[in-house]
Design a protein around this ligand. Structure first.
Ligand SMILES: [Fe+2]
Ligand SMILES: [Fe+2]
Ligand SMILES: [Fe+2]
Ligand SMILES: [Fe+2]
Length: 359
């Protein structure tokens, strides 16, 4: 394999983990919560694989040979890449420092972490794309056949060390683990919904205690729950549950049947809440209390439902579905989500969830 092909293959793994990391950043941004063990794994990958195995092949072997063939190191494209390798290093330190400081007190501004990670990942995508599209074709023009052979041998000797410690396999598994577990996507969405439920309960208690009733809060809550129902339940009903049924799980009795029944009940109850809103809006106290009762019952059902999915159904999924099924689901979820992002609805509803959760 030509040296630039080896590097491009490594880039595929780097991008796979970058994608998983971007997903994690989105989770942190949406929930305000971060999982130190996941961030540790990501930092570990970039430190060990990218900085420890990949960049040295570029700097010590490929770039060094390109300099011999006349490409300047102080200006132009090589200078840019050397500088960016340094920048990755210092940005990764910032991320590590943040996590270390957080561990001491278990507090910290997660927005800072999001900014650090975001900057790192964006630079990574752009760096890798420029190496693949600009540098590698240029290198293949400049290098002689002898250069190519010698570099290949040099790469092989580094490669041996990597294979010995199973680096590649370990990180490929990590990337799949982070990016490819469809139930994790659903659990992350549950997490956001739990926050909205807690906030809605706080408001409901306050209104019962005499606080003013704001119909627009209920309208926003309905709006969020409708979206949640459309996007989240679609991922369950039409994707996950359909696959589980295909693999033989009963849809007429048992947990799957129960979850499907809940989805139907939730839709009906949400329509009833929407219907009750105009009377409550007019200020009729009895109508307001009735509406709050309907909302509380809805939220209780939704919460119990999600707990059953989290605790009972999702743990079964990996035993029922094949690895291929899981990968297919992860791809479908990814395309569902990119559609939501393109249409701007994801952003809108997560903003709304934040607003609902902090009020
Ligand atoms: Fe590089
Ligand atoms: Fe690279
Ligand atoms: Fe569900
Ligand atoms: Fe769910």
């Amino acid at each position: 394999m030509r040296p630039t092909e080896t590097l491009a293959k490594e880039h595929e793994l780097v991008i796979l983990v970058t994608k998983a990391a971007e997903e994690e950043v989105r989770y942190i941004r949406d929930t305000g919560e971060f999982r130190p063990e996941v961030v540790d794994e990501l930092v570990d990958f970039f430190e060990y694989f990218t900085e420890g195995c990949h960049d040295p092949k570029e700097e010590h072997l490929l770039f060094a040979r390109l300099r011999l063939r006349g490409l300047p190191a102080e200006t132009g494209i090589l200078a840019e890449f050397y500088r960016e390798h340094q920048e990755f290093h210092s940005r990764l330190r910032d991320i590590e420092h943040w996590v270390r400081a957080w561990r001491k007190t278990e507090t910290g501004d997660v927005n800072e972490l999001v900014t650090h990670l975001d900057g790192y990942l964006q630079l990574m995508r752009s760096h890798v794309a420029r190496e693949d599209e600009l540098l590698f074709p240029m290198a293949n023009e400049l290098l002689t056949d002898e250069d190519q052979e010698e570099l290949e041998l040099g790469f092989d000797s580094i490669e041996c060390e990597e294979v010995a410690v199973g680096v590649r396999e370990r990180y490929r598994d990590l990337a799949h683990l982070l990016a490819g577990r469809p139930t994790e996507t659903l659990q992350k969405e549950h997490k956001i919904c739990y926050l909205v439920i807690a906030a809605a309960r706080r408001r409901s208690t306050a209104v019962r205690g005499g606080d003013e009733f704001h119909p627009e809060n209920v309208a926003q809550l309905i709006d969020f729950l409708r979206y949640f129902d459309e996007c989240h339940d679609h991922k369950e009903d039409n994707r996950l549950f359909a696959k589980l049924a295909e693999r033989g799980m009963s849809t007429s009795t048992g947990i799957l049947a129960e979850m499907m029944q809940d989805h139907g009940d939730l839709v009906t109850r949400l329509v009833a809440i929407g219907d009750g809103l105009p009377r409550a809006r007019s200020g009729d106290r009895q109508a307001i209390i009735h509406l709050l009762g309907q909302i509380d019952a809805y939220l209780k059902l939704l919460e119990d439902h999600m707990h059953k999915e989290d605790d009972v159904l999702f743990p079964m999924v990996e035993h029922v579905l094949t690895y291929h099924d899981l990968e297919e689901l992860a791809r479908e979820y990814e395309s569902d989500e990119s559609q939501e992002i393109i249409e701007g609805v994801h952003e809108k509803y997560f903003d709304l969830a934040h607003k609902l959760a902090v009020t």
